[in-house]
Each structure stands twice: as C-alpha cells, then as structure tokens.
Design a protein around this ligand. Structure first.
Ligand SMILES: [Zn+2]
Length: 328
C-alpha cells in the first residue's frame, strides 16, 4: 500500500499562527509558529501565512512538492463553499479569499474550517476523543467555543453555524453577552465572565494575588494568575471559579439532553490550569442537569492535544475532503 501523503495543517489565531506538517498517522513531522504581527489586514496576514507554511515545510525536512494540500483553521465566520474568511475583528480581515489565493500561490488544494470545529475534530481523530463517535467539545476561554461530532462526523448544520454552545442561554436575565443577549453560557462561564467577577473581588481586597498581578483590569486576568490565587488559598477566588464550573456543567447537561453524546471534551486554558476540581465540579453539575438515563453514561475528559488540536484537525478534514472527492 502506498504511503499516505503528507498534508499541512494551519491554525490562524488572533495572536499567533501555527503551521504543522502532518503525516498519515496524524503525527506532526515539523512545525513553525509566528506571532501575528501588528500589521493586520488581508495582505499582511497572507504574507505571514505563506512564510509560516514555508518554514514548517523546511523544519519537516521536506519540500512543497511533498505536501498534498493545506487545511486551515480560521477564527470567525467563514463561507466554506467560497473559501472566504468573512470577518475577523482581531486580525482585521474582511472578505478574505484565502482558499483561492493560497491555492494559486502554492499550487495545492486548500480547505478552510472554523477553528473550534478543527480543534474538536483533532481531538476526535488523535486526542481525547479517539474511539468515540458522539462527542461534544467545549473550550472555555475568552468566549466559549463548541463543536459537535455526531455519528463520527463533524456536524456543521445547514449554514455552517452549528455548535455555538457558548450562546446557549443558561441564566435567564443573566449577565449581558458579547452577542447582545443575556445569560448565555459564555457570559457566565467563560474566563472573561469569571475575570469580571474577580475584578470586584480584587477591588474589595479579597483577592490580593490577582490585584497584585493584574490590578483591576479584567482583560489582564489570565487563567494562570487565577490558578496561582487558588493555589495560594484565596478562598473567594476558588469559590467563584467553582461557580463558573457549575455554570459550565449546566451547559454540558443541556448538551447531553439534546445530543446524547458518549463523551464531552473540555479544553483550553481554564481546563489546563484549574485542575481536577474544576473538571469534577463541572461534571457533577452536568449530572444534575442532564437526564439520568443519558447523563449517567457520559464521560468527561480534558483535551489532550493543546495547540496541536486545530492543526491536526484541519489536516484531517483536508484528508476527508480528498476521500470525498475520490469516491465521487
Ligand atoms: Zn451570547
């Protein structure tokens, strides 16, 4: 049997871009990372993408002719059929015809995918989700990203918008969300939501470590700082973190009721830094929210691939698009 050709996975993030040459077994053969510079907009970002891809190929010890295609994980809404990134506020991209531009530049097929979908897919093929076919992925961070693997396939919905679990309403009349509505899961359980509550604690003098490291700017409160405060025994901080875990669990329980998954994967900085108690509290809250006959069978696991999830997922989805074409 011929060896499965190498493909390239790419993660276009708001602060950094990551390219990886991925083998048939989903192992990373070489990678390159670049800060997304202060130069934003379509042309500057495109130049950075090409440069990072070329570096990753060099680092893998191969050439462009060894690469069968490029899968790109993109933030923000994309038009998958046209291969266009519609809008990303962080990178100042607008109607960016990334697929066709990159195909022309590199001479290989290119596919685009939403970054959270790519991350969940990466965990499905090569991480915490291996061996499962029904998975809900949730990534609490600045917002809460969600993705769905249903019956072994990435589920995108009618217009590519499926999986916006972060905007499931879990507290009627709760805090205002970035989307303009009230009480969405991400408005109560994201790191940003938690940081807004911690600012009040810091101002009250109940969270000295947070006050010292970040002051009262909620944008400066990172997961690592919050973890340090918990480790130092700041009880009020731990209480708020566990409150946010309980809200996350309500969202997870609702997902169980709708999708009957075997597994929920939780990933991102909060899950990595807040330890087993965070996961345990979220899981317990999920079991209280979901219907018993389904929820008692659901496993909850932390994501395993970290930053590699999206590049591996994008590479895997590109391979799938090849398989679809050859079976036509
Ligand atoms: Zn919302």
């Amino acid at each position: 049997m011929a060896e499965i050709p190498l493909v390239l996975g790419f993660d276009l993030g708001g602060t950094k871009m990551l390219a990886a040459v991925v083998g048939g077994d989903f192992s990373v053969r070489g990678r390159a990372k670049q800060k997304t510079g202060t130069e934003r907009g379509n042309d500057a970002v495109f130049a950075g993408i090409v440069d990072t891809i070329e570096q990753a190929i060099t680092n893998a010890g191969c050439g462009l002719s060894d690469i069968a295609g490029v899968g790109i994980a993109c933030p923000g809404p994309i038009d998958m059929r046209a291969g266009v990134v519609l809008e990303t506020p962080n990178l100042d991209l607008r109607d960016f015809a990334l697929r066709d531009r990159l195909t022309k530049k590199l001479g290989v097929p290119v596919v685009l995918e939403n970054d959270v979908n790519a991350g969940v897919y990466g965990e499905y093929v090569a991480g915490a989700g291996r061996g499962f076919r029904h998975i809900v992925g949730l990534f609490p961070g600045t917002g809460i990203g969600g993705g769905l693997i249903l019956d072994g396939k990435l589920y995108r919905g009618a217009r590519g918008g499926a999986g916006e679990i972060g905007h499931m309403v879990v507290q009627v009349d709760g805090r205002r969300c970035g989307c303009g509505r009230f009480g969405c899961l991400e408005a109560v359980a994201s790191r940003s939501a938690l940081a807004k509550d911690l600012v009040a604690l810091a101002a009250n003098g109940e969270a000295p470590i947070i006050r010292e490291k970040a002051g009262t700017d909620f944008l400066a409160i990172k997961s690592g700082t919050i973890a340090k405060a918990m480790e130092a025994g700041e009880a009020a901080v731990t209480e708020l973190v566990m409150r946010s875990a309980r809200f996350l669990g309500i969202g997870m329980g609702n997902c169980v009721n709708v999708f009957d998954p075997e597994l929920i994967i939780l990933g991102g900085g909060m899950v990595e830094r807040f330890g087993t108690q965070y996961l345990a509290v979220a899981t317990e809250s999920m079991r209280e929210t979901g219907m018993k006959r389904m929820v008692e069978h659901v496993k909850v696991k932390a994501a395993e691939l970290g930053d590699d999830a999206a590049v591996i997922g994008a590479a895997a989805l590109l391979r799938e698009s090849f398989a679809r074409e050859s079976s036509r």
